[in-house]
Design a protein around this ligand. Structure first.
Ligand code: ASP
Length: 424
């Protein structure tokens, strides 16, 4: 009998291999039945993803309210929140430092040739730039007021349209208020939230049954569409990004787990493998959140009030992979255009990448608008992004895996240093 993660991996590997075989031997023009097959894959992938997405809002709200409620009751909220924030900033900073060092030393952008005119007309880049210009017209005050929802139900309805942070702020405040107003044990409202949380996890279990097929379908379609040619020209750049992500995972995270949590990092990583496969295939921290929550409680046995709080906040606010990626992209493009970034500008890149890791939405391609803003602010032509859009989906899969891995690591670090008993 195969284990779940083996099935996921099999789905993934078959998706890549058959996708590549299809791309080189069965082009859609000559083999019309491939259209039916890719449509079928789109359907399977969408059903799988939507089963997860549909429980993100109930799960996120119930997990956050319950987490903050428990922490507030035990007077541990301030400590857990401060520790989570400290680790988030520290680990993001390390990630960006790796990005800056690797890109300066390995120089992936030097000698890359490209067609400047074609790049300036690239449709993908033009639409990102349009969004950035719209955002630039927004007064700075709105950035802060938009964090507080006017109507949480409306924010919940638009959770995947940029409102997820507002919804989280509501859940955080509501949970804290509950911890101050609910006196009795077994309060029916708290019981109801626990029921919503558990029922949402049950739906995730159903989605997990579909996962090997869903993952096969998504990966097959991506590979069939792109082939392996998308790596041409920017293979070195992609390799630098992947190397950076690996260093963060296997050096920085491993050292932190060993030093701060006295945990064997390799066992920890092994226990997380299912979450990694999900993050990699969906390229979305939010879509992976339900599986991360389940793994944290059931496999890693973390105290639920801590893991619910840290993982739910982290899915949107802790994105080390994204921060690292943004750092590499901006320096890479500066090298491509022969722009010498001063130390001050490199510092701006560091700071803004760390912040961008916090501000990026946990959805596929969530970091692209922020990269455009970052490029503009240090004087690197944003249309250069056209060069990397071809590899973006692949690198998105890689950086999302690190993003989610970082959430689990921080959850472990916070629970281990909070002196809480493990959830047995
Ligand atoms: N896809 C990433 C995530 O969901 C965000 C990004 O870097 O684009 O974590």
């Amino acid at each position: 009998m195969m284990k779940q993660y083996q099935k996921l991996l099999l789905g993934f590997v078959l998706g890549v291999v058959l996708g590549l075989i299809g791309y080189y031997n069965l082009p859609q023009k000559a083999f019309p039945f491939m259209k039916t097959f890719t449509d079928f894959c789109t359907l399977t992938g969408a059903i799988f993803l939507r089963m997860i997405f549909m429980v993100v809002v109930p799960l996120l709200v119930s997990a956050l309210i319950l987490g903050v409620f428990e922490l507030g009751k035990g007077r541990g909220l301030g400590k857990v929140a401060t520790k989570s924030l400290t680790f988030t900033l520290l680990l993001s900073f390390m990630a960006v430092l790796i990005a800056i060092t690797l890109t300066n030393v390995l120089q992936p952008g030097v000698g890359v040739t490209f067609d400047k005119d074609a790049l300036a007309k690239n449709q993908g880049v033009l639409s990102i730039q349009k969004n950035v210009t719209a955002a630039a017209d927004k007064p700075w005050v709105s950035y802060i007021t938009d964090l507080i929802p006017q109507n949480p139900v409306d924010s919940a309805a638009r959770a995947f349209g940029g409102e997820i942070i507002a919804l989280m702020i509501f859940a955080l405040m509501f949970g804290y208020a509950l911890s101050m107003t609910v006196e009795e044990d077994n309060n029916p409202f708290i019981k109801m939230l626990e029921t919503i949380f558990n029922a949402s996890l049950r739906i995730i279990e159903w989605a997990m049954k579909l996962a090997p097929y869903g993952i096969f379908a998504i990966v097959f379609n991506t590979t069939y569409r792109l082939g392996a040619g998308f790596l041409q020209n920017v293979a070195y750049f992609a390799a630098v990004v992947v190397l950076g992500l690996l260093l963060q995972q296997f050096v920085v995270y491993a050292a932190c787990l060993k030093i701060f949590a006295k945990t064997n990092p390799w066992k920890f990583f092994k226990d997380c493998k299912e979450v990694y496969v999900y993050a990699f295939s969906t390229a979305s921290s939010n879509a992976t959140l339900p599986i991360a929550l389940e793994t944290a409680e059931k496999t890693l046995k973390m105290p639920p009030e801590i893991s619910r709080f840290v993982l739910t906040c982290g899915a949107s606010a802790n994105q080390n992979g994204t921060a690292l990626f943004e750092g590499v992209v901006v320096l890479f493009l500066a090298q491509v255009y022969g722009i010498n970034l001063s130390i001050e500008n490199q510092l701006v890149v560091v700071l803004m990448s760390v912040l961008a890791g916090v501000g990026t939405a946990g959805v596929p391609g969530g970091s692209l608008p922020l990269i455009a803003i970052l490029c503009i602010s240090v004087g690197v032509p944003a249309e250069g992004m056209g060069l990397i859009l071809g590899v973006d989906r692949f690198l998105d899969m890689c950086r999302t895996t690190l993003n989610v891995s970082g959430d689990l690591v921080i959850s472990k670090l916070v629970s281990a240093t909070a002196g809480e008993p493990e959830n047995k």
